[in-house]
Design a protein around this ligand. Structure first.
Ligand code: ASP
Length: 441
């Protein structure tokens, strides 16, 4: 079978008519690029507003009957699409299409429908430029009762897309069990691209964005960090979950099981090699102790100490029940013989919930001591190479301590793929840059 590549273009690659035309040229330059998934037009310059953000505003205004805001914001969205229509030199009937969507929103089509229209129009535009059929994501992307992706999606995608040798598909949405449009979480166009790649059993899933790959750490923290040529799905999952947001952290699942590699590429520098995300990295782990470093702020660490905790049957279970019955999930659970810590996202603990949780833990398991560390950042150092290289953690902690940063929590993942440290929010950047210097300079 001939090679199939699925290309997903993110918001910055769809921001205006000129960039969309450049993206279309990329597709046309390789006949294997048969399926294209697009995001809504993103920012053209840093102070610009993404079309999806404008659509969320519209949806909120429609909901509260704030017609003045609705009209004002919808007008901005219309201008963006009408400009694009003009820039790409196609007559797409955009005026009528916008009027139709406006009527739908005002007759109560709902937030998800409203915000999905950015990708809908973007896909219509790309399909017209490429002269390739538009296939709506609602034809195969399905969510189940709980709102999670329904696994019938993959077979359906295969069934629907096998009818088209080439197609353009809007990202970010599908259908829920009631037959209504439902979106993924923000940035979910990456998941749509992965679904299409899996559906057509692509040889490669290309994710076109505005950076030349995955950097070893955030370029806003370290100047010109190294671009990682290749990383494993697992490494990517760890890094993107921890805040390296080149790719949506859930976009890996559809392609990982099928072993479809992902390539991150730059629409604005299409000849750059980019980053390949593969099952098992072929890089020599002796040269690459650490693959990347990422950090995420705003966690709370609840540390419990109790003598003989190790022999108290059910201790951890009871502690977890306190958060479990409140619907709070935890990020990490590092433990020692007489200590355990719960690392929880601050978002769960607002408005007095933290105090309630602590009181209930105190009543239920009578710890000797409870210490709270609020506003903690987690910094993950990730890499398969860490398993095989003696002294990695010593180097890591030495680098952090030499930077004068206090570590309040340490967790080494059981797969030895990562070492996570908790530091004060304000030390997050300095911690990442100290680790980067140690392992990359
Ligand atoms: N347009 C959506 C967002 O801004 C989805 C995406 O771009 O992937 O979140």
């Amino acid at each position: 079978m001939s090679m199939i590549k699925v290309c997903k273009f993110g918001g910055t690659s769809m921001a205006d008519g000129n960039v969309i035309t450049a993206a279309a040229k990329i597709v046309e330059s390789d006949p294997a690029r048969r399926y294209v998934v697009v995001s809504a037009p993103g920012k053209r310059f840093s102070a610009d507003i993404k079309v999806t953000d404008l659509l969320y505003k519209c949806a909120a205004a429609a909901e509260t009957n704030d017609m003045e805001t609705f009209e004002e914001v919808f007008a901005k969205i219309s201008v963006r699409f009408l400009n694009i229509e003009q820039e790409v030199g196609k007559n797409l009937g955009m005026n009528d299409a916008l009027a139709e969507v406006k009527a739908q929103i005002l007759s109560g089509a709902g937030t998800d429908y409203c915000v999905s229209r950015g990708e809908y129009f973007a896909a219509k535009i790309m399909a017209a430029i490429l002269n390739v059929p538009f296939v709506d994501a609602t034809e195969f992307v399905r969510f189940d009762e709980s709102g999670a992706l329904d696994h019938v999606t993959f077979d359906l995608a295969n069934e629907v897309l096998s009818k088209y040798p080439r197609a353009v598909i809007p990202g970010f949405y599908g259908l829920n069990v009631d037959g209504k449009v439902k979106t993924f979480s923000r940035g979910g166009g990456d998941i749509s691209g992965a679904i299409v790649a899996r559906g057509v059993m692509a040889s490669l899933y290309e994710n076109w964005t505005d950076v030349s790959g995955f950097y070893a750490c955030d370029p806003r923290i370290v100047d010109n960090p190294q671009c990682i040529p290749e990383l494993s799905y697992q490494e990517l999952r760890e890094l993107s979950y921890m805040g390296a947001n080149v790719l949506h952290s859930e976009a890996i699942f559809p392609v990982r099981n099928a072993g479809i590699p992902i390539r991150i590429c730059n629409t604005f520098r299409p000849t750059d090699a980019g980053t390949y995300i593969v099952k098992t990295s072929t890089r020599d782990i002796r040269d690459n102790v650490v693959t990347g470093i990422a950090g995420k702020k705003d966690f709370t660490v609840i540390c419990l100490e109790k003598s003989m905790m190790n022999s108290e049957v059910g201790f951890v279970g009871k502690v977890l029940s306190v958060i479990g019955h409140r619907g709070i999930s935890f990020e990490h659970l590092p433990s020692g013989i007489d200590t355990m810590s719960l690392v929880i996202d601050n978002a769960y603990l607002k408005n007095g919930v933290l105090e309630e949780v602590v009181d209930e833990i105190r009543e239920l398991v009578h710890p000797d001591k409870i210490t709270l560390h609020e506003n903690i950042a987690l910094v993950a150092t990730v890499g398969h190479g860490m398993t095989k290289n003696v002294g990695t953690s010593a180097r890591l902690f030495k680098a952090i301590s030499e930077a004068g940063i206090n570590v309040c929590m340490i967790d080494q993942g059981s797969s030895e793929l990562n070492i996570i440290v908790g530091v004060e929010n304000q030390d997050c950047g300095a911690c990442i840059s100290a680790i980067y210097k140690e392992f990359f300079n």
